[in-house]
Write a protein that binds this ligand. Structure first.
Ligand SMILES: *[C@@H]1O[C@H](CO)[C@@H](O)[C@H](O)[C@H]1NC(C)=O
Ligand SMILES: *[C@@H]1O[C@H](CO)[C@@H](O)[C@H](O)[C@H]1NC(C)=O
Length: 398
C-alpha cells in the first residue's frame, strides 16, 4: 500500500482541515445527500471504461460534482486522480483480466482514505464464533439448486446505499440483510437504520477498535438487536456518520419495526451451505477481502490475494449465476450506485470454492484482539466462504 499516498503529512493535515471545515457546515447537506443516495436506484449515464480516451480531471470534477476548498487540495486531488486513471487504463489493456476497472467517485481518494471504508474487524468474529446450527446437512447437493438466483427480482432488496467515509460496512451489510429477511417473511420491504446499529451496538471485546465507524460485524449487530428491542427504520433514525463521526445511541424500542431473535452462522469455509442458504433462505450478510475493489467497474472479479486473503469488508450476497459458463456470486456493496455494476460486483464462483483456500496472516489487524489466533484459514474467492450469517425473525404474539 501507500504508492498513491504522495505526501502523507500533507494529506493528513489537509484531511484534518477539510474535516473540521466541513463537519460543522455540512451536516444538513450530508443528511440530504445520504437520503438522496439511499433512494437513487439509477445514476445518469456515467463515463465507462471504454470511453476514457481524453478523459481528464476537468471531466471527472464535472461528472462527480467535486469541489475542493483550496488550490493545494485541488492540485493534490488531481495527482491522485491521474494516478488512478493511469492504473485503470493499464488494467483494462491487460487481456488476461476478466473484469474492467473504471472511474468512480473514489478516483481522487488516497489508499488511506479508501481503507477507512473497510471496517470489518475479524477479531470479533472469532470471539462470538458459534457452533454450526442444527439443520445444516453436511453435504447439500448443489445440483438440486436453481442455476441462478437474484433476490432483487423478488422485490426484497432495497436500493444501493452509501456508507460515505466511515468504516460502517458491517452495519450496512447487516441492516440490508435484515431488510431482505423481513421482506421475505412479511412481504414488506422496509429501509432499516444503519445509524441505529452503529450508535447502539457495543463492542465489549474491544477487538481492533471500538465499533461504530471503527468496525464491527453482523454477528454483534444481530446479537444486540435480539437482546435490546430490535431496530428502527432509516426514516426515524437517519444516517449521519457519512464523514466518519460516531454518535450516541438514541434508539427507542417503541419505534422498532422488527423482532430479531438471533442469527444463523453458516459453517465456515464450505461452499454447499452458502449455496443452500442463498438459494433457499434469502440474502446473506457476508465478509470478504475488498482492498482491490476500489476501481472495479464491471465483469467477473477475480483480483483478490488468494494466498493471504485479508478479510476486511462486510457486504450483502444477493444471488449467484453463470455468465459464459463462468460462475459468479452476485454481491451488493454500499459504495453508491456509481461504483461497480450499479453498486454491485460479480465475484468469480467455482465448483471448488471450498478448496480455494489461503491463510489470513493478519487476522487481528487494527489494535488486535486479546487471545485471538495469529493466522486463520480462509476459503473461497476473496474469502467469501469464511464468515457468513443471516438474521432470524420472530413473529408477534397472537
Ligand atoms: C498476498 O499477500 C501476501 C501477504 O501480504 C504478500 O506477501 C503477497 O505478495 C501477496 N500476493 C499477491 C499476489 O499480491
Ligand atoms: C418476537 O418473536 C418471538 C419468537 O417468535 C416471540 O416469542 C416474541 O413474543 C416476539 N416479540 C415481539 C415484541 O413481538
Amino acid at each position: 500500500m501507500g504508492h498513491l499516498l504522495l505526501h502523507p503529512h500533507f494529506t493528513s493535515d489537509l484531511e484534518e482541515e477539510r474535516k473540521t471545515n466541513l463537519r460543522h457546515t455540512m451536516r444538513a447537506v450530508v443528511v440530504v445527500a445520504a437520503l438522496v443516495a439511499l433512494v437513487a436506484t439509477t445514476v445518469s449515464a456515467k463515463t465507462l471504461w471504454h470511453q476514457l480516451d481524453g478523459y481528464s480531471f476537468e471531466h471527472f470534477k464535472a461528472e462527480y460534482g467535486k469541489r475542493y476548498l483550496s488550490s493545494e487540495e485541488h492540485d493534490f486531488r488531481r495527482q491522485v486522480f491521474e494516478r488512478t486513471l493511469a492504473s485503470v487504463k493499464a488494467h483494462n489493456s491487460d487481456p488476461t483480466k476478466t473484469w474492467k476497472q473504471g472511474i468512480n467517485h473514489m478516483s481522487d481518494w488516497t489508499d488511506g482514505e479508501f481503507k477507512r471504508l473497510l471496517g470489518y474487524d475479524k477479531g470479533i468474529g472469532y470471539s462470538l464464533h458459534r457452533p454450526t446450527p442444527p439443520g445444516f446437512k453436511a453435504n447439500v447437493d448443489v445440483n438440486g439448486l436453481p442455476d441462478s438466483v437474484d433476490w432483487r427480482t423478488k422485490h426484497v432488496v432495497t436500493a444501493v446505499k452509501d456508507q460515505g467515509q466511515c468504516g460502517s460496512c458491517w452495519s450496512f451489510g447487516s441492516a440490508e440483510t435484515l431488510e431482505s429477511h423481513v421482506a421475505v417473511q412479511t412481504g414488506t420491504l422496509e429501509v432499516l437504520s444503519e445509524q441505529n446499529i452503529l450508535d447502539c451496538t457495543p463492542n465489549p471485546e474491544e477487538c481492533g477498535g471500538t465499533g461504530g465507524c471503527q468496525g464491527g460485524t453482523a454477528e454483534i449487530a444481530y446479537e444486540h438487536m435480539a437482546k435490546h428491542g430490535g431496530l428502527q427504520t432509516e426514516w426515524t433514525y437517519p444516517y449521519l456518520s457519512w464523514y466518519g463521526d460516531n454518535y450516541k445511541c438514541h434508539f427507542k424500542e417503541k419505534m422498532s419495526v422488527v423482532n430479531v431473535t438471533g442469527y444463523v452462522k453458516l459453517p465456515s469455509n464450505q461452499y454447499e451451505p452458502l449455496m443452500d442458504a442463498i438459494a433457499n433462505k434469502g440474502p446473506i450478510s457476508i465478509s470478504v477481502e475488498a482492498v482491490a475493489w476500489k476501481n472495479y467497474e464491471s465483469g467477473i472479479f477475480d483480483g483478490c490475494n488468494q494466498t493471504n486473503p485479508d478479510i476486511d469488508h462486510a457486504v450483502q450476497l444477493v444471488g449467484y449465476g453463470d455468465d459464459n459458463s463462468q460462475g459468479y456470486w452476485l454481491v451488493r456493496n454500499s459504495w453508491t450506485p456509481h461504483w461497480g455494476e450499479s453498486g454491485y460486483i460479480r465475484i468469480r464462483r467455482t465448483a471448488n470454492e471450498g478448496g480455494r483456500c489461503g491463510m489470513d496472516i493478519t487476522p487481528q489487524d487494527g489494535s488486535g484482539c486479546k487471545g485471538g489466533p495469529d493466522k486463520v484459514k480462509v476459503c473461497g474467492t476473496c474469502g467469501i466462504l469464511f464468515d457468513n450469517v443471516y438474521p432470524t425473525i420472530g413473529v408477534p404474539p397472537s
